[in-house]
Design a protein around this ligand. Structure first.
Ligand SMILES: C[S@@+](CC[C@H](N)C(=O)[O-])C[C@H]1O[C@@H](n2cnc3c(N)ncnc32)[C@H](O)[C@@H]1O
Length: 206
């Protein structure tokens, strides 16, 4: 029998299948200027179900307790991560720029019964995570692509030899600087591609 969490995730993934219309509208509205996050305020832009299973398994297998997520959207990936920390007493700290998306994400997380495992910080992650000071066990990058590198550099002092970093959309142009930086630090980081080359998993050297 399907659990409440699985039912909520199935419903959200199903609704997200209509993203192509929402994305189309966002792209049209930005025709005379660069795209911005608010152009996608109605779109999930979620990870796939396979990716959800991957991140849930990674967090569970490595017993990650402090999970930081960049880019909540409507909470699909957050629910996978929160499901993973449910039994080890951990917490997901996630951050979303668009307030209406954060509000809906909180509702979805509550529907899944996972609210006590999640803290949603509303605003620009460069601000909302600025004062974060705990060692990070699992960092999930899925917000605005040009910010992967500055955000990663800001959080770098909190990474240690057990930290895992999962970065989605490594096939998109904005993430290339992040990829190049991590690969250039080969004594500190080792990376492999996952989920059909879409995502990159990085481990910190001991
Ligand atoms: C690809 S979506 C995240 C999808 C989500 N991780 C999932 O799988 O369900 C990216 C999200 O990052 C948010 N975002 C963009 N720039 C941000 C910023 N500077 N700080 C926090 N969130 C940001 C966007 O509003 C958008 O909802």
């Amino acid at each position: 029998m399907k659990s409440t969490i699985d039912k909520v995730l199935s419903a959200l993934h199903k609704d997200a299948q209509k993203d192509y219309m929402r994305i189309g509208r966002g792209v049209v509205s930005s025709i005379f200027r660069p795209l911005q996050p608010s152009d996608f305020k109605n779109a999930y832009l979620p990870i796939s179900e396979n990716q959800g299973v991957t991140i849930r398994d990674l967090v569970q297998k490595h017993q990650c307790k402090t999970v930081v997520e960049f880019g909540t959207s409507f909470g699909i990936s957050t629910i996978y991560l929160a499901d993973a920390v449910r039994e080890n007493g951990g917490k997901v700290i996630t951050t979303e720029l668009i307030e209406s998306k954060a509000i809906q994400a909180k509702r979805n997380i509550e529907k899944a019964g996972l609210e006590q495992h999640v803290e949603v910080r509303v605003g620009d992650a460069m601000e909302t995570l600025k004062d974060f000071k705990e060692p990070i066990d699992f960092l999930f990058l899925d917000g605005w692509k040009d910010l992967y590198l500055p955000l990663f550099k800001m959080l770098e002092p909190l990474l240690y030899e057990a930290t895992l970093i999962y970065a989605d959309n490594m096939d998109m142009e904005g993430t290339q600087q992040y990829g190049a930086y991590v690969r250039s630090q080969s004594q500190r980081y080792t990376s492999s591609m996952l989920d059909g080359g879409k995502a990159m998993l990085t481990k910190v050297a001991a």
